[in-house]
Design a binder for this molecule. Sequence first.
Ligand SMILES: [Fe+2]
Ligand SMILES: [Fe+2]
Length: 279
Amino acid sequence: MLKISCVVENVARRSSVLWAEHGLSFWIETSHGRLLFDTGQSGAVLLHNLDALGLDAATLDALAISHAHYDHTGGLLALTERLAPGLPLYANADLLRSRFSQRGEAYDAIGLSVDENWLRAHFTLHLDDAPQQILPGVWTTGAITARPHLQGYSARHAVYNGEQYIADPYRDDLSLVIEMSAGVLVLCGCCHAGLLNTLEHVRRTFTHPITVVAGGTHLVSADTATLTEIAQTLAAWNVCRVYLNHCSGEDAYYVLRQVLGGDRVRTCPAGTFLDLEAS
Ligand SMILES: [Fe+2]
Ligand SMILES: [Fe+2]
């Protein structure tokens, strides 16, 4: 059994009672347990949508965070009030680094709104560069170190190296890999490491083929030639289904649909329910 619900997304399914805001959160349920991947931008939207979907955060077995940005971690503080103390939290160690966005001469903080001491007081932290198994058949990708293809960067995103602000290398960025009966699903947060870089890493690291790709793919500023190359690569790998949302962009949706066909490429607003077959 594998059930995935999109809890928070930039838009919500039409006629649903869910709230939308720029951010992302997925609820993942297998026969082995329940996991939340990212917490959206705000506690208000996250908790409202969890309640509306009938999902009880107190039953979670683990939390995983794709990267530090506020639109993926902003709901953490409010969510924690509903969680058992010491819940396992999986992420990359670079999650704890401060993140900024340049605005003229200023640099606004856009990373975690809680510090390391607070996290250690409330969670059992599993921060690692290596892939980590969260539940049987549910893994983090680990760090995406090989990045020959376009990365999902923004020129405004920065970190501070002690002397100056430099471009954010997004070392914290990870996705999830979920084993299914006929391959694996790759569930992306913002995919700052780059979609093809992430997928090639998964193909090298995990034995099963990629059959489903879902989540934020950060193709919002990719040109048509790049999108076409990505779509042709997914077609060559026989990826069966792509669910795009968050930072994927409309152009990615249309180009991927042109190449892969409308049946294989879907949107994934809050309230989308993916009923998939686990391994
Ligand atoms: Fe991000
Ligand atoms: Fe994001």
